[in-house]
Design a protein around this ligand. Sequence first.
Ligand code: C2E
Ligand code: MG
Ligand code: MG
Ligand code: MG
Length: 281
Amino acid sequence: AKSKGRNEICFYEDQKNQPEKLVQSRLESEVSKAFDRDEFTLYFQPIIQGDSSLVHYEALIRWHSPSLGTVSPERFIYAAEQTDLIIQIDYWVFDQVCKYLARFSDKSKKVSVNLSLKTVESVFLEEQLMSSITRYQIDPNSIELEITEHSIMRNTAETIAKLERLKRCGFSIVIDDFGVSNASLNHLRLLPVDKIKIDKLFIDNIKSDNKEWKIVESIVLLAKTLGLRVTVEGVETKDQYYLLKNGNCDEFQGYLFSKPVPFDLIEKTETNIKELLQKLI
Ligand code: C2E
Ligand code: MG
Ligand code: MG
Ligand code: MG
């Protein structure tokens, strides 16, 4: 679904595909207006910590456009990544996450924020993040930065140095969608990573005797050898959960536990998850 969503709005150079290009530019102009019109919201998807009853969250953006309807992030994030709009979006999400974090009474909760590579590479990244951190008086240790790999790293040395500084401030660095991009291993080699998140693609069809599972097992072994934590995304069934839990994965995210929910439903969702976990043990 991911690749399909992306292809729909690809940049085409040739004249034949002019309508596609229009969709892209329309999307771009609508995204830029969406800020002024307050059309973005944040949802939160629980991430179950295998070793404790604590639940963390991933912040995921949602866009309800009056003219386009509900647009999935799979479509508009890719469109925004073709411009600098993605940087503005990611800064906005980060700022909102700080605002929400300040509302948690349990200060040990963490929230993950997705940052596109373009945002990571932006000159003002540290300044921006620290200004939100300071404004809401947030401990950087409660924020994980998920680096999504939809684009190729350009300024490697500078980016690595920057991520190392952010890590020293307390932020955790996560490689998102691990395995789907051919840059995954290179990012693992170069970046100061704390955790990898194995993509749903590998989780979808796992069975204890198939290729997908062997790949996941090998990725987990690789991660553990490097001293990294492993999150799995897209856990939809109990069978997947049992297999992955026995296979040494640390954190679980997926519809089995909960879809992304608005902030106000977090407490209720956590109660449901705790009941479910009791049954699963
Ligand atoms: P992601 O970071 O890999 O986030 C996980 C996506 O998988 C989310 O889709 C989530 O709703 C979905 N998901 C989680 N568990 C399951 C499951 O069990 N089954 C199924 N079918 N899906 C599951 P979502 O929210 O549509 O986001 C799609 C992608 O858009 C994200 O993938 C991320 O790459 C990007 N994105 C979302 N918010 C932001 C943002 O604020 N900034 C940036 N740069 N990218 C974002
Ligand atoms: Mg993510
Ligand atoms: Mg992911
Ligand atoms: Mg993914």
